[in-house]
Design a protein around this ligand. Structure first.
Ligand SMILES: Cc1cc2nc3c(=O)[nH]c(=O)nc-3n(C[C@H](O)[C@H](O)[C@H](O)COP(=O)(O)OP(=O)(O)OC[C@H]3O[C@@H](n4cnc5c(N)ncnc54)[C@H](O)[C@@H]3O)c2cc1C
Length: 420
């Protein structure tokens, strides 16, 4: 028998770990468990499906044969309910026990529900899985009025789905702008205008006090904390994730207060032979020099691969130790202009910002004189150089203006750095 690698979660983090392990160790026993009923699919693309713009086919990434060809055991519809790190075993909902030499936790999160009256009514959607996308597509295609709640990257997907499906929607936001932790009002206004063009109306300083329902239990409207009433037969909520770590509560694995799993930069947890990767981690960010969280596809994929390499190495393989060192990015393609956020755009003690036109804007966040992340609207060309400044932690404290030049010249920063 080969070394036994068990992976919980067949999202991009778990799947990329399985692939890495198989490439590094042809003899390993690899088991991937997921509580979903389908193998890895492209979570980024399910919004295009929900908009009614894409068939199901291209969204799937792995067919069951993919696992067969690599001799990876895939167990669908299997929920892991407990781990016993002393015995090195996991337990499933159907009473199975599986032993491991190395265990990867790649369980991601589940959308949070609003803690208000009727929040589980028919017609109120949360968005994470392909199943959710199917339900959203079906409902949005026949709905007339909608309300969206959650002024972040997933909320705007729901808003764009309403726009694409001709649902006249109100987008209720708590503050005075969309994603106000990363954008100023000026930058956010470009996004608001694009929403309005699609008949999605941003409503500020709002939220949900309770939902109204009809006799069948279907949502009919939303009342906000100011007492305003908004009609809605379709509601989309995206107010954040609850991390899927309940099954770890009885273990010694270190979790944060919000339930994410603490790892080092090699994706090791505090418990021997147990690793974590993807959205569920609170990892040591080598570039930031601090613990951090990411919710992006590319970052989850890379973390899965790093974890996979170290799982093989730590169980006797000859791989070099792998380290997660990554500037993530997340783009939005719903509008006539491109949008990209990179790194940690909500962190920082100062920022540099400029508006170039009605649809072009840039903001760069800075902490201790180094770029931590930013948001680009309209022109994504500077992203490579800005990401390099972040990755190499080049000092920009005396050259903030250079971050806003149409074309960024990294040499100018290096020269400034050398002179100080
Ligand atoms: C609609 C939408 C749009 C997005 N758009 C973008 C985008 O444009 N760009 C971008 O970078 N990112 C985007 N993201 C985020 C990106 O998809 C995630 O960051 C990424 O998928 C995280 O991968 P993961 O493997 O860590 O977790 P997940 O993909 O969440 O996978 C975790 C898996 O583990 C399973 N699981 C959980 N608990 C258990 C258990 N106890 N037992 C068994 N299985 C379990 C879950 O069901 C799930 O299948 C989007 C996300 C959504 C939902």
């Amino acid at each position: 028998m080969g070394t036994s690698h068990v992976i919980i979660g067949d999202g991009i983090a778990g799947s990329s770990a399985a692939e890495t392990i198989r490439e590094a160790d042809p003899a390993a026993d690899i088991t991937v468990l997921t509580d979903e009923g389908e193998a890895l699919y492209n979570r980024i693309l399910i919004k295009e499906f929900a908009k009614g713009k894409m068939p199901e086919g291209p969204i799937s990434i792995h067919q069951p044969e993919w696992y067969d060809e690599r001799d990876i055991e895939l167990r669908l519809n299997t929920m892991v309910t407990r781990i016993d790190a002393t015995a090195q075993e996991i337990h499933t909902h159907d009473g199975d026990t599986i032993g491991y030499d190395a265990l990867l936790l790649a369980t991601g999160g589940t959308p949070a529900q609003l803690p208000v009256e009727n929040s589980d009514a028919e017609g109120i959607h949360h968005f994470w899985t392909f199943e959710d996308a199917r339900a959203i597509e079906e409902h949005a295609s026949r709905a007339d009025t909608g309300v969206i709640v959650g002024a972040g990257l997933l909320g705007i997907d729901l808003a764009a789905i309403c726009g694409a499906q001709d649902v006249s929607a109100q987008y209720l936001m708590r503050g005075n702008a969309w994603w106000r932790y990363a954008l100023s009002e000026e930058g956010a206004e470009i996004m608001h205008e694009a929403m309005r063009e699609r008949d999605v109306t941003p409503v500020f300083d709002s939220g949900v006090d309770h939902f109204e329902v009809d006799d069948t239990g279907h949502v009919t409207g939303v009342v906000d904390p100011n007492g305003e009433h908004y009609e809605a037969d379709f509601v989309g909520i995206a107010i954040g994730l609850n991390f899927n770590t309940e099954f770890l509560y009885s273990s010694d694995i270190e979790l944060t207060d919000n339930g994410s799993i603490v790892t080092d930069e090699h994706m090791r947890t505090n418990v021997e032979n147990v690793y974590a990767a993807g959205d569920v981690t609170y990892f040591y960010d080598n570039i930031l020099g601090d613990q951090a969280q990411n919710g992006a596809w590319g970052s989850a994929k890379e973390q899965g691969s790093i974890a996979g390499t170290n799982m093989v190495r730590d169980t006797g393989g000859e791989e070099d130790e792998a380290t997660f060192s990554w500037v993530s990015s997340y783009s939005i393609t719903h509008f006539d202009f491109p949008f990209l956020s990179f790194g940690h755009p909500t962190l920082g003690d100062e920022s540099a910002e400029r508006t170039y036109s009605d649809t072009e804007w840039r903001r760069v966040s800075i902490k201790d004189g180094k770029v931590t992340g930013g948001v680009l609207i309209g022109n994504l060309a500077p992203q490579t150089k800005l990401k390099r400044l972040a990755r190499e932690q080049i000092d920009v404290s005396n050259s903030k203006d250079l971050l806003l030049e149409e074309t960024i010249d990294v040499d100018k920063f290096l020269k400034q750095e050398a002179e100080t």
